[in-house]
Design a protein around this ligand. Structure first.
Ligand code: ZN
Ligand code: ZN
Length: 302
């Protein structure tokens, strides 16, 4: 299957516009044109897209960290698409390659390979990699044959440009309904579409850049991944990224009481409601066996 070049271009354009839009918004609207309504729309849409990414695109679809009912799986894929980070199959393909080749040749977004060193490498991992034409995203049948077989997901993946467009139109229409004026509609659009997407992009990309650079480590692993507490709330638990690289299939990324993981709380709720099952949780024994400096447990049969 081919996921079109158009989707890639739409994504790059959609990435650039919020960036410029957010800067314009801050300059033009500072102290004058934002209301609680605009912020509520922006926050609501942020959470809608962010949970779609963290629970849907990432934990359930990329890693199979829990099994979701088909309707929830599709809903999460649509929610994730609204975050405008690319069609679901392309996102999963890139992310699976990131896990297979973490911080080595073949990792699409490592601050340590493929983009220079220091700040240049960080920029590459943060967003420079998006301009790379030759990432695993173009070979979803190789990276995610399991998902390519799911016709519903393929359809959602192909509909990405339309979902992206709709996610921009919703805040505009909400603003029009609430304020009843074009100026009001534009104001809600700036916050609910542009600023919200800008924020979402940079939080997600910070996981790729910052969480392979700054933070603490607990487990033996060959990569540079880190746990970064500063991003935990905004990223809905994804910044326990070192825990995640140590145990990629875990649905619960926060592994200590102080490692707040809101996405896990939602997965837990969905499981209680019967909408998800078999969330993977790593026992304390398995964690301890992988801790830095732990004595390797004897292999059965030795
Ligand atoms: Zn990583
Ligand atoms: Zn992952």
């Amino acid at each position: 299957m081919t996921l079109s070049r158009t989707a890639r271009i739409v994504n790059v354009v959609a990435v650039s516009i919020p960036f410029i839009g957010a800067l314009v918004a801050v300059v033009l609207l500072w102290n004058s044109a934002v209301t609680w309504f605009d912020l509520a729309v922006a926050t609501g849409m942020y959470l809608f897209g962010a949970f779609g990414i963290t629970i849907g695109y990432h934990r359930v679809l990329t890693h199979g960290a829990a099994q979701a009912k088909p309707w929830l799986r599709y809903l999460l894929a649509i929610m994730g698409s609204s975050a405008i980070q690319g069609p679901v199959l392309m996102w999963v393909a890139d992310h699976r390659a990131h896990h297979t080749h973490t911080d080595q040749e073949g990792d699409p977004h490592s601050p340590h390979v493929g983009g220079g060193s220091g700040i240049k490498g960080l920029f590459h991992a943060h967003m420079g990699w998006l301009w790379n034409e030759n990432t695993p995203a173009h070979r979803p049948s190789k990276q995610c044959p399991d998902l390519v077989r799911d016709r519903g997901l393929v359809r959602i993946s192909k509909a990405f440009p339309w979902i992206a467009l709709a996610t921009m139109a919703v805040p505009f229409l909400l603003g029009l309904a609430y304020y009843g004026t074009l100026a009001g509609a534009l104001q809600t659009f700036v916050w609910g579409a542009l600023v919200r997407t800008f924020f979402m992009h940079h939080v997600t990309w910070s996981i790729n850049s910052i969480c392979h650079f700054w933070g603490y480590r607990r487990f033996e692993s060959d990569d540079h991944s880190t746990n970064n507490p500063a991003l935990a709330l905004l990223s809905l638990g994804e910044s326990w990224h070192h825990n995640h690289h140590a145990f990629p299939r875990a649905a619960k990324m926060g592994m200590r009481w102080y490692e707040v993981d809101i996405s896990w709380q939602v997965i837990r709720l969905f499981t209680k409601l019967g909408w998800m099952e078999k969330p993977v949780v790593i026992s304390r024994e398995r964690q301890d066996a992988k801790r830095i400096g732990a004595v390797p447990a004897p292999v059965a049969g030795d």
